[in-house]
Ligand binder design. Structure first.
Ligand code: SF4
Length: 442
């Protein structure tokens, strides 16, 4: 019987894709995936540290394995991801959970196989967290779980040091992959039948700024990826408003394969808050980028991230965020209450905002965003929309897919249409979900 692994993933898309790479390593080692912890020979936690409650959650789940490890001493428990890369965290993990066998960081993910083998050949636990980012290591195949969508890293790390964010401390400085390796990966994925490629980076617009790409910048890379032959869509995330530019939009105009949706995190509509956040753009610059994008494609949609209750945010500042949300009319927004992250500049700032004010602001903002999203949905009624079918919802009994703007469309079908582009006539818009009947499939 083959050995089994189980991975628990916390956090963002970057982590989800890194778990796919870790799974790829386990498959090459001859392991199979299991969704039951009790059956696993290796349990791996791929952690996140963006918020303190993500860490607490991981701590709780790791702690819960104590009993299983006692019953099954040969079980290997490994912990990797952003949390292990935080200063002092490996020590805390070591002391709190003496039964963890392997601790590794985001900067030495490629050593996972060697570390597991080292643990298997010795009694001692293995702790290997590299402090400084090294050369990019090109991974052999990831074990992907997101068909028909595939994530492709174009770069790692971040140079921006937004004052609330821990990412630059745990993922190191920006390192760009070579364009030819990215294009080769996309070509392979398209040949394998993937229909949507999402280019991933903390700040995709600064691709190539590290001088590693022989002069290829993000616009050029996007052009190269969208020029790969085949019937597929291209997305990219995340764009940073300080760097997003017309050159990229011109490439979007050249290729209909590129979705006309840009995820452009604004974080706040107030210049004084943006300054304290060290975002390095103003509200005016942000709005001028939105205008520029829509001058090319009036139908273009934007999604965003917003933080409310940042230190010293006044009611006036908050209202400027509301006004910006109304002006841009986002397709959707990920809204967060500011929470202190130890090790960041903002955690030391005076004038932290009381919880009840934060709560009040987030409620008002969520209401506003939801009402805008609902209004947008209603406009779809009676229209034709093309979605990429990505799953079957057992509970609802419907297939589902997303259009290029990320809107979810549900429909009935006798045959399995996962991985097909399906054109729907929208008959019902229920909140943010659309329901429709099939017109055509390709
Ligand atoms: S751009 Fe800012 S928010 Fe995004 S990962 Fe970098 S530091 Fe964090």
């Amino acid at each position: 019987m083959s050995k089994k692994y189980h991975i628990v993933t916390y956090g963002c898309q970057m982590n989800v894709h890194e778990s796919e790479k870790m799974a790829g390593i386990f498959h090459r080692m001859g392991y199979e995936e299991t969704n039951k912890k009790e059956e696993a020979d290796i349990i791996l936690f791929n952690t996140c540290c963006i918020r303190e409650n993500a860490e607490n959650h991981a701590f709780g789940n790791i702690g819960a394995l104590k009993k299983l490890k006692k019953q099954k001493p040969e079980l290997i428990i490994a912990v990797g991801g952003c949390m292990t890369q935080e200063k002092g965290k490996p020590e805390i993990l070591k002391q709190k959970f003496p039964f963890i066998d392997v601790i590794f960081g985001t900067l030495n993910l490629e050593e996972l196989e060697a570390l597991i083998k080292r643990k298997q050949s010795q009694k001692k636990r293995v702790i290997e967290v590299r402090e400084k980012e090294g050369e990019i290591v090109e991974f052999p195949d990831a074990y992907r779980t997101s068909y028909p969508n595939a994530w492709v890293n174009i770069m790692y790390g971040c140079n921006n040091f937004c004052s609330y964010c821990i990412v630059p401390y745990v993922r190191g400085r920006e390192r760009s992959r070579k364009a030819e390796n990215i294009v080769a990966e996309v070509e392979k994925l398209v040949k394998e039948g993937y229909r949507e490629i999402t280019l991933l980076g903390q700040n995709v617009n600064s691709y190539g700024n590290d001088g590693n790409t022989d002069g290829v910048n993000f616009a050029k890379l996007l052009d190269m990826v969208a020029s790969v032959e085949g019937d597929f869509r291209v997305r990219f995330m995340t764009s940073h408003p300080k760097d997003f530019n017309e050159e990229v939009v011109k490439v979007m105009q050249k290729h209909r394969k590129i979705c006309r949706l840009v995820h452009l995190p604004v974080q706040s509509g107030s210049n004084s808050v943006l300054k304290e956040m060290n975002r390095r753009y103003t509200r005016e610059k942000y709005l001028s980028e939105v205008k520029m994008l829509r001058s090319y494609f009036p139908e273009a949609e934007l999604t965003t991230d917003i933080i409310v209750g940042f230190p010293a945010e006044t009611e006036e500042d908050y209202l400027q965020t509301e006004a910006l949300v109304k002006e841009v009319d986002f397709a959707s927004a990920f809204t967060f209450v500011y929470s202190k992250r130890q090790g960041t500049k903002a955690a030391e700032m005076q004038n932290q905002i009381p919880e009840e004010i934060q709560k009040d602001r987030i409620q008002r903002l969520v209401e506003l965003v939801n009402s805008q999203t609902r209004k947008k949905s209603e406009k779809y009624l009676g229209k034709e929309v093309e979605v990429l079918c990505e799953d079957f919802d057992e509970k609802k009994g419907y297939y589902l897919g997303r259009d290029e703007f990320g809107r979810m469309g549900y429909f009935k079908s006798e045959s399995d249409l996962i991985g097909k582009f399906v054109t729907l006539k929208i008959t019902n818009a229920n909140g943010i979900s659309l329901y429709g009947e099939i017109i055509s499939v390709r």
